[in-house]
Design a protein around this ligand. Structure first.
Ligand SMILES: *Cc1c(COP(=O)(O)O)cnc(C)c1O
Length: 388
């Protein structure tokens, strides 16, 4: 059975993990900072904070941005639910900005209109404190425009770059935070590089960096500068805010550091397979991905959209027939605003019509670095049969 994603762990990765297991520190040791420094340097960001996963990364990023009850967070409906849930963890309300029909990322035009409408409505307009653009499939959102809107409307930009480790945007790396306040990566095994479970927040702002470190570890500090009064002695620490235990282990960080050796190779391999898919699928009744000028996707996933004027077979049947041929399709994502949890908060499908149409047409084909060209040819042949 071929699944949609899979990790790529080699002997060097295993040796790196083994070395930590034989060392003095399994957690809170030197491997964390080493990994953070490497990812920050790779992206061209000043600071990085490694945590347990991207979900906790999004949570502490929202806390660092000061998001709280009575505030608003806006994100894309075509994402994993964590991009929205981080707002709810902070007691904030969540709203959704419809996607662009070509890239499936948050539509900057819709964002601009929604901001203008909220401002025109005055105090009740509920402008967002945090906006979370999600780089779907590893293709950057239109960050230049989102950044310009942030300047105009004063919100914090938190990139959910869970799919986009190693991706390029306008000559820089996604994660550089050139057009945002913070960016988050996920190191789940299906993502671009893995630490088993893991995530990271990147930022260029020293104030946010200090808060992120505090929230990662219980709100506790040993830094005299951050304490309310002089230290009682060498044992002393203070809890100055309410934080969590979201620390990554050194075992995970060593794996991540070792995986960074191959990040560019991973992305190159994914780009190669995507170019092949685009070519092999050319004559099928479906839309292959569109890449915006200036974006160099890392291709976490390969999404296609059926031409429903030509394909009459229901998607459930397409999935079943592919499964019978040993291939598991997937769908990224069910529009988040239609999830029962968000529906109960008052959201309705028609809020994001472009996302709803996307949901009818889209599905994800398997894509990972260890997928062979022969396997890929088999996937394409199976899809041709199923769609014939
Ligand atoms: C995977 C993912 C997350 C959550 O990542 P975890 O590391 O599993 O917590 C958040 N947002 C998006 C868009 C993701 O794909």
């Amino acid at each position: 059975m071929i699944f949609y994603g899979k990790q790529d762990v080699n002997d060097a990765d295993i040796a790196a993990v083994e070395a930590v297991l034989r060392s003095d520190f399994l957690t809170q040791g030197p491997a964390i900072e080493r990994f953070e420094r490497r990812v920050a340097a790779y992206c061209g960001a000043k600071y990085a904070v490694a945590v347990t996963n991207a979900t906790s990364a999004l949570h502490i990023a929202c806390r660092a941005a000061g998001l709280a009850e009575g505030d608003m967070l806006w994100t894309s409906p075509i994402t994993f639910t964590a991009s929205a849930n981080c707002g709810r963890y902070c007691g904030a309300d969540v709203d959704f900005v419809d996607i662009d029909d070509a890239t499936y990322n948050m539509d900057a035009d819709v964002l601009e209109q929604k901001l203008a409408a909220a401002r025109a409505a005055g105090r009740s307009g509920r402008l967002p404190k945090v906006v979370v653009p999600v780089h779907l499939a590893g293709q950057s959102c239109d960050m230049v425009r989102i950044h310009a809107l942030a300047e105009e409307y004063g919100f914090t930009v938190l990139e959910d770059a869970s799919h986009a480790t190693g991706a390029d945007y306008l000559g820089g790396k996604v994660g550089s935070c050139a057009y945002s306040d913070m960016a988050v990566f996920s190191f789940h095994p299906v993502k671009i590089i893995t630490t088993g479970e893991g995530g990271m927040v990147l930022t260029n702002r020293a104030d946010l960096y200090e808060k992120l470190k505090l929230y990662r570890s219980h709100g506790i500090t040993r830094d005299p500068q951050l304490m309310t009064h002089a230290s009682d002695g060498p044992w002393y620490y203070q809890q100055v805010d309410l934080g969590y235990n979201y620390r990554m282990t050194d075992i995970q960080a060593a794996l991540g550091y070792s995986q960074m050796d191959r990040l560019d190779q991973f992305v190159a391999r994914r780009r190669h397979l995507v170019a092949r898919y685009n070519e092999l699928l050319r004559d099928l009744p479906l839309r292959t991905p569109h890449v915006m000028d200036g974006a160099g996707p890392s291709w976490h996933i390969y999404i296609v959209r059926l031409d429903l004027t030509k394909v009459k077979k229901p998607k459930t049947q397409i999935f079943a027939e592919m499964r019978a041929r040993g291939i598991t399709l997937n769908l990224h994502y069910i529009p988040v605003h239609t999830q029962p949890y968000y529906e109960a908060l008052g959201h309705r499908p028609e809020e994001c019509p472009v996302a709803m149409q996307y949901y009818k047409e889209a599905f994800t084909l398997p894509l990972y670095t260890l997928l062979t060209e022969e396997q890929q040819d088999g996937i394409v042949a199976a899809l041709k049969e199923v769609l014939a």
